[in-house]
Design a protein around this ligand. Structure first.
Ligand code: URA
Length: 300
């Protein structure tokens, strides 16, 4: 008798246990933040479970039974995942809320059917490709250092570095946050229309990195003695900004989201680091952009 009883008890206990999920994972799944962002929400005391504020990061909850409130609002049932490529203009903060009420990426996302959050960040003065989603696992994968997603930037410098200085970026420099190395650096030859505004004293470079330290590109160039005066992120993996206008966004389909995980390094650089002083061919880039834009569902 007693044996049967104990087996029954174990079974229900097991069922209960398998229903439990980590709170940060659940918040990420429900589109409130990335997993790291969810940890911050918990640590900041913004999460209430069954009437009690929780601060313990590893805490597990039962999504079917527990009442979870974030920032005063009950969490929603699982929403459909959405993935957005946005061309962030400069003078916009990469945040969904700003206590100082500066223009933020949230202002551009007001009409969306779900709450999204940015994957990583671009500085206030930086422009270009910013991904937003409500899929915490996707965000986590994109940002995880092991995934080594390539991020490609075009930068305008205050000055003209020498080859030996640029080489330092490829061998590694120490910046606040740690030691980092560029995967590829290339001097860009700007077209006539762009050079009109560009004095001879300002070189443009393309730089590809896989780490994601704060202000990384600016700090790297600062380390070799040059201020970055313009910074555009033009690609994340093989997902390229193309002809998407500033302040515009597109929903990404499954194929487009997977391009993020394809390393966008010149053929000969795979697995190596490289410095090039030749220009990129704008024509072929445009053809690729056109082709790629076809695979995206544009939203107005
Ligand atoms: N590196 C920077 O310095 N700034 C950005 O916005 C992105 C990468």
């Amino acid at each position: 008798m007693s044996t049967i009883k104990s087996v029954k008890m174990d079974k229900s206990a097991k069922l209960e246990k398998s229903d439990l999920v980590r709170l940060n994972k659940l918040l990420a799944e429900r589109g409130l933040a990335s997993r790291r962002g969810a940890d911050k929400l918990i640590a900041d005391g913004q999460v209430v479970v069954n009437g009690k504020k929780v601060y313990e990061l590893g805490i597990k909850v039962n999504p079917h039974k527990d009442k979870i409130i974030v920032d005063g609002k009950p969490i929603k049932s699982k929403a459909e995942n959405i993935y957005i490529m946005f061309n962030k203009p400069k003078n916009v903060i990469t945040s969904m809320s700003d206590p100082l009420e500066r223009p933020s990426v949230a202002d551009f996302m007001a009409e969306l059917p779900a709450r999204v959050f940015p994957i990583g960040r671009l500085d206030w003065e930086s422009e270009g490709l910013l991904l937003l989603t409500n899929d915490g696992d996707f965000a986590q994968k994109v940002m995880h250092p092991k995934t080594e997603v390539t991020k490609t930037y075009h930068v305008k410098l205050e000055g003209q570095p020498q080859e030996y200085q640029i080489k330092k970026l490829l061998t590694g420099v120490s910046i606040p946050g740690g030691r980092v190395k560029a995967k590829h650096v290339e001097k860009l030859k700007m077209t006539k229309t762009t050079t009109k505004k560009t004095s001879e004293k300002n070189d443009w470079y393309k730089i590809i990195i896989t780490e994601g330290k704060n202000h990384q590109v600016r700090e790297m160039f600062k380390k070799i003695g040059f201020d970055v005066i313009k910074l555009h992120r033009v690609a994340i993996g093989k997902l390229r900004i193309g002809t998407l206008d500033r302040g515009q966004m597109v929903f990404l389909n499954e194929a487009a989201t997977q391009r993020v995980f394809m390393q966008d390094l010149p053929e000969e650089t795979h697995g190596r680091r490289e410095l090039r002083f030749k220009s990129t061919k704008t024509k072929s880039t445009n053809i690729n952009r056109k082709k790629f834009n076809k695979s995206l569902d544009r939203v107005k």
